[in-house]
Write a protein that binds this ligand. Structure first.
Ligand SMILES: [Mn+2]
Length: 231
């Protein structure tokens, strides 16, 4: 029996709609819960369009979902503006996304999908957590303003400015890590003040510890792993 509201964080769904849905079943998401999704909704997986449609459907039904933007979501938006950027996106998994939309060209994708991504914040602050897709560059006066790092940064733990961070904990995705490593990271979350929740859902190699959609329950400091069921 679940009698209080939970705060769930997931990331990097990458078009894996079936896995996303089965995770929501597993956690038994309710309308008084809050679900935070940290970007990279699309690309590589089989149903990118379906992931966005399903999130809209849940929002229409009154579920509380807040999202941040990922580099793939930004790449799709940028792909409209030059052939070079389009090539970059297609090379990074955009071809499957174009197919999902039954589109021959990016211009055939309905504008509302681009608008959804464009309107997403780059980070969220929830309680003493900072939720972000990739990470931060800490040699900036204000890391919140370094848009490119927020979407793309990797290997930034050694550069954390704990004076700036104060008591806050950064929750992020973007860089797939193995399930075991994630479980270890959770044990250190309070001293490290960071936590990676990307278990490489779309990289279905469960034997090497990837291929899970991970979900962090913020208020319980607990992880749930949903095995990829999309392919
Ligand atoms: Mn990413």
């Amino acid at each position: 029996m679940k009698n209080r509201s939970n705060k769930y964080v997931i990331s990097d769904i990458h078009g894996c709609l079936k896995t996303f849905k089965s995770l929501l079943d597993t956690i038994n998401l309710r309308k008084n819960d809050q679900l935070f999704i940290l970007g990279d909704f699309i690309d590589r997986g089989p149903n990118s369009k379906g992931v966005i449609d399903y999130i809209w459907n849940l929002l229409d039904l009154g579920y509380q979902i807040k999202c941040t933007k990922g580099n793939h979501d930004q790449m799709m938006c940028d792909a409209r503006f030059s052939l070079e950027l389009q090539r970059k996106w297609l090379f990074n998994g955009g071809t499957t996304t174009i197919d999902n939309f039954n589109a021959d060209f990016i211009q055939d994708i309905p504008p509302k999908y681009f608008r959804f991504f464009e309107d997403l914040p780059t980070f969220l602050e929830v309680d003493h957590y900072i939720l972000v897709h990739a990470g931060f560059k800490f040699d900036m006066t204000n890391p919140f303003e370094e848009f490119n790092s927020i979407l793309w940064e990797r290997n930034w733990y050694e550069n954390i400015n704990y004076n700036w961070l104060k008591g806050r904990i950064i929750i992020h995705g973007h860089t797939p890590i193995q399930r075991k490593e994630m479980e270890l990271m959770l044990r250190e979350i309070d001293s490290n003040q960071y936590m990676n929740i990307d278990c490489g859902c779309v990289h279905k190699k469960v034997e090497s510890g990837l291929g899970y959609l991970a979900c962090l329950i913020l208020n319980e400091n607990r992880l749930i792993f949903e095995k990829n069921v999309d392919f």
